[in-house]
Design a protein around this ligand. Structure first.
Ligand SMILES: [Zn+2]
Length: 340
């Protein structure tokens, strides 16, 4: 673990090591890299300058729903042309995390999503991500573990293929699995057996669930997805979990079991899962004694850093120094890695 630069305010708030647990490497491709790979492989990009490309990749205004947000991944996906491109994207994610002053990061990715556009071998994608991240660790002196995503938007059967690819392609840095994508069409209960197999294979479990706005017609399903994630999928952490605030019983369940929450405020505001920063349930989670953490989700799309999220937490969500420090301590506690 390297020494923190003085200027890193996130580390100043949270103490060391500085940790991020919820960042999609396939939602965090540099604009420069999209341009560069597009040129190299003669791909039809909608613009040939960074500023021209920016509105196609980054969210500048809130959009309605997670799926509209996911449409921004399109160009990133197009440049995942071969194993070299995948390796580069993983490597640059580690480089960028190091540049932010992060000491330990868990980067997640969906091999089926990354393989999709150019019919790559999903297990080969897993191997390439492992290689790129390992080279990044060696060059930049931080620790980067990986989480394989089952992308439920592709369906239940595809998630079996995706899990097999993760298990076949994984190196030692792959420490967990996640479930992401459309939780309304593909609720948690469809994936009980997938996660049983993942746990039996020695992988930790985190689940995206309850990522829905207050008053959503699907709010009850969001709560059910949270309960199933905890009780049947074996979730040790939950991604977003916004709708947990609707039911004190679910908050108690999360608290009693010591389950971590991966909060990503800017992403939630941009997808409209939270109406605004001041309405975000992170404050309520901390008040309930939950192991909530602060994360960026898709920084390449949101155009943010972890430091930005700590600033937002302090300035727009009203968190004081003790609460910011608690967020950092929680992240160290619920990481899928011994940071003691
Ligand atoms: Zn996410």
């Amino acid at each position: 673990m390297n020494e923190k630069p003085e200027a890193n305010t996130a580390a100043a708030h949270t103490g060391n090591p500085l940790v991020e647990l919820h960042r999609h490497l396939d939602g965090n491709v540099r604009l420069e890299t999209i341009l560069d790979l597009g040129r190299q492989h003669h791909l039809p990009l909608p613009a040939d300058t960074l500023e021209g490309l920016r509105p196609y990749v980054q969210v500048t205004q809130p959009v309605v729903g997670v799926m509209a947000f996911i449409a921004k991944f399109e160009l990133m996906q197009q440049v995942m042309v071969d194993a070299d491109a995948v390796r580069r994207i993983a490597y640059e994610n580690v480089a960028d995390a190091a540049a932010e002053g992060i000491d330990y990061i868990e980067l997640r990715f969906s091999p089926i999503f990354m393989a999709d556009k150019h019919a790559l071998d999903p297990a080969g994608v897993v191997r390439a991500v492992c290689e790129g991240a390992a080279q990044g660790e060696a060059d930049f002196g931080i620790k980067a573990n990986l989480i394989g995503i089952l992308s439920r938007t592709y369906g239940v059967e595809s998630c079996w293929d995706e899990l097999e690819a993760i298990l076949r392609g994984r190196g030692p840095a792959v420490v967990g699995v996640d479930l992401a994508g459309d939780e309304i069409t593909f609720p948690s209960h469809l994936f009980v057996e997938h996660f049983r197999r993942a746990r039996e294979s020695g992988l930790h479990v985190t689940i995206h669930a309850g990522e829905l706005p207050p008053g959503s017609p699907h709010a009850a399903l969001g709560l059910e997805n949270l309960r199933v994630a905890i009780l049947e999928l074996g979730a040790e952490r939950l991604g977003h979990a916004l709708r947990a605030v609707d039911d004190p019983g679910v908050l108690d369940l999360i608290q009693e079991r010591g389950i971590g929450i991966e909060s990503c405020p800017t992403s939630n505001v941009q997808t409209s899962a939270a109406p605004g920063y001041s309405d975000h349930p992170l404050v309520a989670f901390l008040q309930h004694g939950l192991l909530a953490t602060l994360n960026t989700d898709d920084p390449g799309i949101s155009n943010i850093t972890l430091d930005h999220e700590y600033h937002v937490a302090a300035e727009q969500m009203g968190l004081g120094p003790a609460e910011l420090r608690r967020l950092g301590e929680n992240a160290r506690q619920v990481a899928f890695h011994n940071l003691a």
